[in-house]
Write a protein that binds this ligand. Structure first.
Ligand code: NAI
Ligand code: MG
Length: 494
């Protein structure tokens, strides 16, 4: 695809960002990588290279950490009046809204997701920042009842220099998950977007400066995991790592962070079940199941990849699911009618294709899809496997693509056993009209997020994070504040 065609799809503001230099944001300035390294940006809808950004090496990581440390030490952010921090975060939210159209275009170019989805996500980013702008003025310690001989109080202080290492599936939303609470708590931050999706983080860095977030408080390092991410994890000048991504890398980060005893929070993978009982509203359950697995082409941590369906309604449910899913419009992010975009990369395409093959070899039946699409870009068909046993690899391993595994069950006990039968524990859904059964299941399911008669809903006030190997720490709400503050006790003898 020629550059002209890509440019045709973009507004003039997005185009001018794309054609300009895109350096690393260190200490309030955009600069090239010290060694001149570059990272290619590929449009997953075409497989074509669209531009390049700087690739941060260890020297750049050192500089960004020095900048974030200096910014933290002199209090240019943490010592601002909370109401002023709040005002600036709110201004950042407004700037994201004002530039929402342009940011959405960059996101769609990077991820391939439908433009309408990216536009919606930019609203989420603004609201999440606005939500945390409200917290700046509400973070406080306590006075403790230590008896009449003492005054005992606590101070909630920022952790210091944080690094946010984030994935490519919801790039700017994930950035806001880290930046919002980190800044509300008075920290400084180095944001490391995924190598596949660096664009919106860089534009966001510009908006941070425009909003009056002082230089050095938010630094943006585009680069990969092995070099850039790893250097942040090992760096003695980084106090905390906030990571969202694969369980495999989460495990590595824990090991590496042990060297300097960094604080670590991890939001990792999942293999989340939707349990659909015979008394459920089948149409609603099927529609939500589709959203659960086709959203972002199945590339989201809470993907509803296991559909655990009561035997007596199994065939009807599969019919409805397959019939609706076969109408799904798969296309490039800028195609007006696209409902599901491509996978992010060639690597992800191979991975998802290999699981389609594994499912066949394991003896599951293909009720829909099962192949790569014959067109440029990294497109695969929406795929439904039936006759899946929970011990098959397609039921146990995170595929991160639009591949649903339908697993039948007989009674409640079996449903819950299957639901809990993986190493993951990120999310689970229950579909039933029986209130008692719904709450019993909510208690029994080992997952950080339970949905009853819905799928994939989030709220900024509601904690989010994993049980088991889906990670630890809770993001969102007041719970993020625990990740980005440390508590100091002051005991005064009276
Ligand atoms: P990944 O976990 O390797 O990448 C996520 C982030 O971590 C990126 O910013 C990457 O640069 C960074 N990273 C990678 N290795 C690192 C290291 N050694 N030290 C520090 N940072 C590091 O995910 P990847 O390779 O893009 O995808 C592989 C699989 O991971 C997917 O197929 C999916 O199953 C899972 N995944 C899950 C996500 C989730 O939200 N649960 C998000 C992204 C991937
Ligand atoms: Mg990786």
């Amino acid at each position: 695809m020629s550059t002209a065609t890509i440019e045709d799809r973009l507004s003039s503001t997005a185009r001018s960002f794309l054609t300009g230099p895109k350096g690393l944001l260190i200490d309030g300035e955009f600069r090239p990588a010290a060694d001149g390294g570059l990272l290619a940006v590929v449009d997953p809808s075409t497989g074509e290279r669209v531009t390049e950004v700087a690739f941060a090496g260890t020297a750049d990581v050192d500089q960004a950490v020095a900048s974030a440390r200096a910014a933290f030490a002199d209090g240019r952010w943490s010592a601002l009046a909370p109401i002023e921090q709040s005002r600036r975060l709110e201004r950042l939210a407004v700037l994201v809204e004002e530039h929402g159209a342009e940011l959405a275009e960059l996101e769609t170019l990077d991820v391939g997701k439908p433009l309408a989805q990216s536009q919606w996500e930019m609203g989420l980013v603004a609201d999440l920042l606005r939500y945390y702008a409200g917290w700046c003025t509400k973070i406080h310690g306590d006075v403790n009842p230590a008896g009449t001989d003492f005054l005992s109080y606590t101070l909630r202080e920022p952790v210091g220099v944080c690094a946010g290492i984030i994935p490519w599936n919801f790039p700017l939303v994930m950035a806001a998950f880290k930046v919002g609470p980190a800044l509300a708590c008075g920290n400084t931050l180095i944001l490391k977007p995924a190598e596949q999706t660096p664009l919106t983080a860089l534009r966001f860095g510009e908006l941070c400066l425009e909003a009056g977030i002082p230089a050095g408080v938010v630094n943006v390092l585009t680069g990969d995991g092995e070099t850039t991410g790893n250097a942040l994890v090992e760096h003695p000048g980084v106090d905390k790592i906030a990571f969202t991504g694969s369980t495999e890398v989460g495990r590595k980060i824990m090991v590496k962070a042990a060297g300097t005893l960094k604080k670590v929070s991890l939001e990792l993978g999942g293999k989340s079940p939707s349990i659909i009982f015979a008394d459920a509203d089948l149409e609603a359950a099927a529609t939500a199941a589709m959203q659960g697995i086709w959203t972002n082409a199945g590339q989201w941590c809470v993907a509803g990849s296991r559909l655990v369906v009561e035997q007596s309604i199994h065939d009807t449910f599969v019919d409805v699911l397959v019939q609706h899913s076969s109408q799904l419009k798969v296309g490039g992010g800028f195609d007006a009618d696209s409902q599901m975009g491509p996978l992010i990369s060639d690597e992800q395409l191979s991975r998802v294709s290999s699981y389609m093959e594994i499912g066949r070899e394991e003896g599951a039946e293909l009720a829909l899809g099962g192949s790569r699409m014959q067109r440029p870009g990294y497109f695969v068909e929406p795929t439904v496997f039936t006759g899946v046993r929970n011990d098959m690899r397609i039921a146990q391993e995170e595929i991160f693509g639009p591949v649903a595994a339908v697993i039948p069950f007989g009674g409640d006990e079996e449903a819950l056993r299957i639901g809990n039968g993986t190493d993951y524990g990120l999310a689970a859904a229950v579909w039933t009209r029986d209130v008692s059964r719904a709450h019993r299941a909510a208690r029994a399911l080992q997952a950080g997020q339970i949905w009853v008669n819905s799928y994939g809903d989030f709220d900024w006030s509601t904690p989010f994070g994993g049980y088991k190997q889906s990670g630890y720490g809770r993001e969102l709400g007041k719970y993020s504040l625990d990740l980005y503050t440390q508590m100091k006790s002051v005991l005064v003898r009276l």
